[in-house]
Design a protein around this ligand. Structure first.
Ligand SMILES: C=C1C[C@]23C[C@H]1CC[C@H]2[C@@]12CCC[C@@](C)(C(=O)O1)[C@H]2[C@@H]3C(=O)O
Ligand SMILES: O=C(O)CCC(=O)C(=O)O
Ligand SMILES: [Fe+2]
Length: 353
């Protein structure tokens, strides 16, 4: 086994946990999608200044600023990231074109129970008793097989844009990972997989990566439902682009749910479980969720990045001071992916040392 999609083949889902409802046909929130969560209104949207720092990647202090943000909140917004805004726009418009199709059309690109790529609801759905006000399109590698079903003669535009965006995201994710390791004083030898994957040398192992297009349709009763339930991301880091519609919130102990407002041209970067493990819990794996709007569709694009699935990770000895014991045992990426898929937020407790 060498690719992430193969790892997910062994973790099949039931169709009821893949197939979205036809949101466009709903005039009210059906009971299946009603969440009894009293905290929606409690979101501190009144916070005028967001706690999430906006960092310029061209800033001469970028390494320190990013290292600090990773350690405190586990999330930051990134400006001057080098991703052409025109490409981001194209991704957004291709995603919008897809989600605007009729339900019948979109179902032609449905993920299969053992598949990773395609249209469907969030993989975390089985852990909750209610469904989310959300539909997604997951891409691992090329989406061509699925998109050909929808647009037999016009699939190239969508596929080219998504493949190109993933290439650019991979370069950025790699650059951020190096920079974050540098902020931790971790040497290059400890990150051999990073260098062995960057030089396209044929047999070299590939990093784990996926692109997720998310759509949260406007909702007739936004306070009654949930866009995306609270979760942490599984891999090292996630690079997210969000449209101008609010909705993303992070959970901070002592403060509750805090908004991550859209910043024009910026990308949101958040730490996932694997960085939390590597840093021996020094970086939080930030808990986040999405609430929905009554009037506007929200679109977001998340790129998940991690080491090759056979890579075995354990807390860096460098980040452990002499008095500190490792909190987590060694675990292969694919093993952690399986534990997470079966246990969600309890996954980390299964690898506690
Ligand atoms: C590469 C990934 C990362 C996945 C699983 C797999 C494909 C789809 C990703 C998401 C996207 C939506 C939220 C999430 C929580 C979900 O349900 O599916 C993500 C999850 C994770 O971070 O675990
Ligand atoms: O839509 C968003 O802003 C969040 C998406 C997300 O958390 C995810 O795809 O993992
Ligand atoms: Fe997420």
């Amino acid at each position: 086994m060498s690719t992430l999609s193969e790892a997910y083949e062994d973790l099949p889902l039931d169709l009821q946990h893949i197939k979205p409802v036809d949101f466009a046909s709903l005039e009210a929130v059906p009971d299946s999608h009603v969440w009894h969560d009293s905290s929606f209104g409690a979101c501190s949207d009144e916070h005028e200044k967001s706690l999430v720092p906006v960092i310029d990647l061209e800033d001469s202090n970028a390494t320190e600023l990013i290292g600090k943000a990773c350690e405190t909140l586990g999330v930051f917004q990134l400006k001057n990231h080098g991703i052409p805004l025109s490409l981001i726009e194209e991704v957004k418009s291709e995603a919008a074109r897809f989600f605007a199709l009729s339900a019948r059309q979109k179902l032609k690109a449905l993920r299969s129970p053992g598949g990773a790529t395609g249209y469907g609801i969030a993989r975390i759905t089985p852990f909750f008793s209610k469904y989310m006000w959300h539909e997604g399109f997951t891409i691992m590698g090329s989406p061509v097989d699925h998109v050909k079903e929808l647009w037999p003669h016009d699939h190239e535009r969508f596929c080219d844009v998504m493949v190109n965006y993933q290439k650019k995201m991979k370069v950025l994710a790699e650059r951020l990972t190096r920079l974050i390791f540098k902020s931790l004083n971790i040497s290059d030898e400890e990150i051999s997989w990073l260098s062995s994957t960057s030089n396209d040398s044929g047999s070299a192992s590939t990093v784990s990566a996926a692109l997720q297009l998310n759509s949260y349709p406007p909702c007739p009763e936004p306070n009654q439902t949930m866009g995306l339930a609270p979760h942490t991301d599984t891999f090292l880091l996630t690079i997210l682009h969000q449209t101008q519609t609010n909705g993303l919130q992070i959970f901070k102990d002592g403060s509750g749910w805090l908004p991550v407002p859209p910043v024009e041209g910026a990308l949101v970067v958040n730490m996932g479980d694997l960085f939390h493990i590597l840093t021996n819990a020094r970086f939080p794996n930030v808990l986040h969720r999405v609430v929905v709007s009554g009037t506007q569709q929200r679109l977001s694009t998340a790129y998940f990045y991690g080491p090759p699935i056979d890579f075995i990770l354990s807390p860096f000895s460098k980040v452990l001071n002499s008095a500190q014991a490792p909190h987590y045992r060694s675990v292969a990426v694919k093993e952690y992916v399986a534990i997470k898929a079966q246990n969600l937020e309890k996954a980390l407790s299964f690898i506690r040392a």
